[in-house]
Design a protein around this ligand. Sequence first.
Ligand SMILES: NC(=O)c1ccc[n+]([C@@H]2O[C@H](COP(=O)([O-])OP(=O)(O)OC[C@H]3O[C@@H](n4cnc5c(N)ncnc54)[C@H](O)[C@@H]3O)[C@@H](O)[C@H]2O)c1
Length: 319
Amino acid sequence: MKISIIGCGNIIIKEHIPAIISLGIKVCALCDLSIENINKAKNLLHYDVPSFLYYKELVYIIKPNIVLIALPHNIYCEVLSFCSQFPMRIIKEKPFALTLLESKIFSDFSRSRSFKIFTVCQKRYTLAYEILKHEVQRINEKISYLKIRYTIPSNNPNKDWRRQYATSGGGVWFDMGYHIVDIINYLFDGKEIKVNYARLINSSCHYYNVDDIAFVEFECDGAIILAYISCVAIEKYEDVTMYGQNTIFHANKNHITLKNKKQEILKYIKVENTSPFVKMYQEFLCNGGEAAFERNLSRSISLMRVLEEASKKSNFCKK
Ligand SMILES: NC(=O)c1ccc[n+]([C@@H]2O[C@H](COP(=O)([O-])OP(=O)(O)OC[C@H]3O[C@@H](n4cnc5c(N)ncnc54)[C@H](O)[C@@H]3O)[C@@H](O)[C@H]2O)c1
């Protein structure tokens, strides 16, 4: 497999290129408006790769089959509209689209036979969440409540294009909440997710016009789910707690703990912290046919529906 990359920012340098290298996938072209970022990507690759400042030039000259795209959220529409004129497989970073309306445009692109979009949302491939799901199925108790936290103590929250609704489409709810809704979708096998309550907060008031804290209550398969998301938290948390009749299940990327309601440990599993990006690409390589694109597409549209429903319910003031 050979891949061309449009947008060589943070996530490409930190996660995608290391995953791509570890799987022996070849990068055949790079594009970014910033030469500095192209050079960061080149330094990781250790082989000569043609590079472009303008994505159209990359497409015309390289004629790529597979393109990985990771850009500020408001630029995807322009780039995908152009790329959709060519036979291509796209792996694009989340979120699928800025709005539900844009989702419709992208899904129409992706339903043509020669153009397909796969949206990256890798946290469902976290080994600890796979084991958690397996343990919940093994114990086979009705889950009545789930708590999910995703908080980061950012030293520059909502910086650059993330500062404005117009370029980001939203703050932490849209950016980090996308992962949360996908994890719920994974744990509950794609069952319908209802939004009971949503509150998005901008604690900065002036520096950016998007939310930096979100509390959302969902309901799925009879369970109440509480999500707490923040990029201005005092500590980093990324974990899931699930409550069955007799068992409490807890997972973060390093371990899974099962306790009974007397707080006695029933099981403790230490997990090797492998990259979920590597697992995502492995699955894509083994199982990346039409059906995988179709599954990813319908999941992406479902996630967008939930995200938009919560945004509407929160009545967040975008000024
Ligand atoms: N899956 C994850 O866990 C995860 C984590 C972080 C970011 N992301 C997603 O990845 C995407 C990028 O985020 P990031 O944090 O890497 O942002 P970033 O700002 O670090 O990178 C964006 C890059 O795009 C380049 N760029 C902007 N306009 C361009 C254009 N017209 N042509 C070519 N290059 C252009 C910028 O120069 C920059 O290098 C977003 O969709 C974001 O939501 C996903």
